[in-house]
Write a protein that binds this ligand. Structure first.
Ligand SMILES: O=C(O)C1=C[C@@H](OP(=O)(O)O)[C@@H](O)[C@H](O)C1
Ligand SMILES: C=C(OP(=O)(O)O)C(=O)O
Length: 502
């Protein structure tokens, strides 16, 4: 089941090693690739767009459809949260190989007297409480052990300032209860969003339904992940809402209806990061199809960030994006407050640049502007430093980033901290360094349950490609392919969904 506590993660700030959980699930031996890659495939829908469109569809003035949404633990938690508030969400058959479409019928009035499981999903724990304030009755929120450490206080205080009744016993974190009164006054509110842009997005997404709309003013010195706030504004405008940013660090959403929409979710470009990075690591090429021509996703910045490590990026006429590498990774100095979500992959590349390659000395890198990623699924700066050091590397924490100095890496266990991007970074490092074992690869289900299957497919191991499935179905029919699946090495999740979608 996707939405349960698949792995409670480490309930502590301390990173690494001797204090790992009792091991019940074998580690995942990261495939080691010595051949240059030549892979081409599609990725499932964006976590951030799926979450926003589900929220807006639940608040809309009529039923709507999300095509090609993400199906993962985070999106399942969002669906269940909105259902708990009275939204009707049904799955529609789809040609999308990664799963069903969603039909969303908004509740006439949001219902309270319920509880919401947030898992480790920042988007659920931040985006849903404003809706709970619009519901009638208490709504209790809780999540995974590490989720209780993720900051919530600025958002809960802002909701109180806008008229909501929130009980958190002074914790400023999960668990808390929003006592919904059926409406929220709204208006101007100041908030320090330096720990997470999601506080701002949360207020803006529900803002049209506040009596006075909302005018959010950021008071902190830094503001991370600005493209995610721009994504929120764009999603609101696409539904006819008057949403703007009159000045840097200030946003206004007018009260009014949120238009119903049939919308298609773009592929998750942040999840493209480890795959495109794999082209650089092996000295090959990896192509991701259906890359949107224009997008608000921060993952689009991979097209400019990966060249700093030595990649060449090409865009085909049909939009597919290819990363080409020569196997020699360059050191980087990057300041990327807007792209913290991409940092684990980029730091993985920096660790491999510091490791060097066949006769080439390693080179140093520094990645800064990402202090807020200490508040993601785990303290990612501490965790990355600990795991790189655990494999023999030389990494150190900076106040708002990480420095990696030349040192050769060796095999060993790479801990994931229940963090999908830690797990995929371990896989990336294992591609070049033999003997890396990733603890808890299953935590990639947070945003990409297909990760192990897609990674293996990229390397030419295991599950059938979509093209192979189409050929096999043409010759043998759906039932024939299902019957023969043991001979095909079993059907992976994507292949099974592909057959179900026929
Ligand atoms: O709004 C969103 O969908 C997100 C915003 C960002 O959060 P932070 O601002 O906390 O970095 C990003 O890192 C996260 O993965 C998704
Ligand atoms: C920070 C992330 O997730 P969340 O939405 O839980 O904040 C992430 O996916 O990198």
């Amino acid at each position: 089941m996707l939405i349960g506590k698949m792995n409670p993660g480490k309930d502590g700030d301390e990173a690494r090693s001797g204090d790992a959980l009792p091991e019940t699930i074998p580690h995942w031996p990261a495939p080691h690739g010595t051949n240059a890659l030549n892979a081409h495939f599609a990725l499932p829908g964006s976590k951030s767009l799926t979450g926003r469109e589900l929220i807006l569809a639940a608040l809309a003035d009529g039923p709507g459809t999300l095509r090609a949404p993400l199906h993962s633990r985070d999106s399942a938690l969002m669906v269940e949260a909105l259902r708990a508030l009275g939204t009707e969400i049904t799955e529609l058959p789809s040609k999308n190989p990664f799963g069903a479409d969603f039909r969303v019928v908004p509740a006439p009035e949001l219902t309270g007297s319920t509880s919401i499981e947030c898992g480790l999903a920042g988007t659920v724990m931040r985006f849903v409480p404003p809706l709970a304030a619009l519901a009638l009755g208490p709504v209790a929120f809780d999540g995974d052990p590490y989720a209780r450490k993720r900051p919530m206080r600025p958002l809960l205080d802002a909701l109180r300032a806008l008229g909501a009744d929130v009980a958190d016993e002074g914790r400023g974190a999960l668990p808390f209860t929003v006592h919904g009164a059926g409406a929220l006054h709204g208006g101007r509110v100041e908030i320090d969003a330096s720990l997470s842009s999601q506080f701002v997005s949360a207020l803006l997404l529900a803002g049209p339904r506040f009596t006075e709309g909302v005018h959010v003013v950021h008071t902190g010195e830094r503001l991370p992940s600005v493209p995610h706030i721009e994504m929120t504004l764009a999603a609101l405008r696409a539904r006819g809402v008057d949403a703007s940013s009159p000045a840097p660090g200030e946003w206004r959403v007018a009260p009014g209806p949120i238009g119903a929409l049939d919308t298609t979710i773009e592929p998750d470009l942040s999840n493209a990061a480890p795959f495109l990075a794999a082209a650089l690591v092996t000295g090959g090429r990896v192509t991701i199809s259906d890359w949107p021509a224009s997008t608000t996703q921060v993952g689009d910045q991979l097209r400019t960030l990966l060249p700093a490590f030595g990649a060449e990026i090409t865009v085909a006429a049909d939009g597919a994006v290819t990363a080409h590498g020569d196997g020699v990774l360059r050191g980087v100095h990057l300041d990327i407050p807007e792209a913290g979500e991409l940092a684990p992959t980029l730091i993985g590349l920096a660790a491999l640049a510091a490791h060097g390659s066949d006769g080439t000395d390693g080179v140093a890198s520094e990645i800064t502007g990402i202090g807020h990623i200490r508040h993601h699924e785990t303290d990612r700066i501490a965790a990355l430093v600990a795991e790189i050091r655990g494999l023999g590397g030389d990494a150190e924490e900076l106040p708002d980033g990480i420095r990696v100095s030349p040192a050769a890496l060796h095999g060993g266990v790479w801990q994931s901290y229940a963090d999908h991007r830690m797990a995929t970074t371990g896989a990336l490092i294992g591609l070049r360094v033999p003997g890396v074992e990733v603890e808890d690869i299953a935590c990639t289900s947070k945003t990409l349950p297909e990760f192990p299957e897609l990674w293996q497919r990229m390397l030419g191991i295991g599950a059938a490609t979509e093209g192979e499935m189409i050929d096999a179905v043409a010759v043998m029919g759906v039932e024939g392919v299902q019957a023969a699946s043991p001979l095909l090495g079993g059907l992976g999740r994507a292949a099974r969904s592909f057959l179900e979608g026929l």
